[in-house]
Design a protein around this ligand. Structure first.
Ligand code: SF4
Length: 139
């Protein structure tokens, strides 16, 4: 189930399906019903943090340098570890480094707490560190 959610979310929020706002709304509804079935809530997507499915919330993604890049560059296959993972993440970061919307992408990923993939030049663990730091700062 996790990989399905990861695939849907990655394709949806990074426009890798060439999705429309209507598709986003539909996927959001489907995700809500899937997620209410439950599965180890630990690292699951909390769709309540996702922006509303209106075009202004997502249109910046059309300007992303990752448009047309295979999503496997940004999202790890199951059980990917070590140097292979590091190399893939560095490849994704290289794309992000050329991206005109990197700041917007990074803040989006932090705001919705994207659990998977490279967003805004940050890996999952780097975002987790930043979020933990922000949380510690507010006490
Ligand atoms: S910062 Fe990276 S992941 Fe985000 S839109 Fe740009 S290229 Fe894509």
């Amino acid at each position: 189930m996790r990989s399905i959610i990861k695939l849907i979310q990655g394709a949806c929020t990074m426009n890798r399906l060439g999705s429309t706002v209507e598709l986003l709304a539909g996927l959001r509804t489907q995700l809500e019903s899937v997620l209410t079935l439950g599965e180890g809530a630990g690292n699951m997507v909390n769709i309540k943090r996702l922006p509303s499915p209106i075009i202004e919330s997502y249109e910046w993604q059309w300007e992303g340098a990752c448009m047309g890049v295979d999503s496997s560059v940004f999202f790890s296959p199951e059980a990917e570890r070590g140097m292979k993972r590091h190399r893939r993440e560095e490849s994704a970061k290289a794309v992000c480094a050329t991206c005109p919307v990197i700041d917007r992408c990074r803040e989006h990923a932090l705001a919705v707490q994207e659990p998977y993939g490279v967003w805004g030049g940050l890996t999952e663990s780097e975002r987790t560190e930043i979020l933990a730091g922000r949380q510690a700062a507010v006490g």
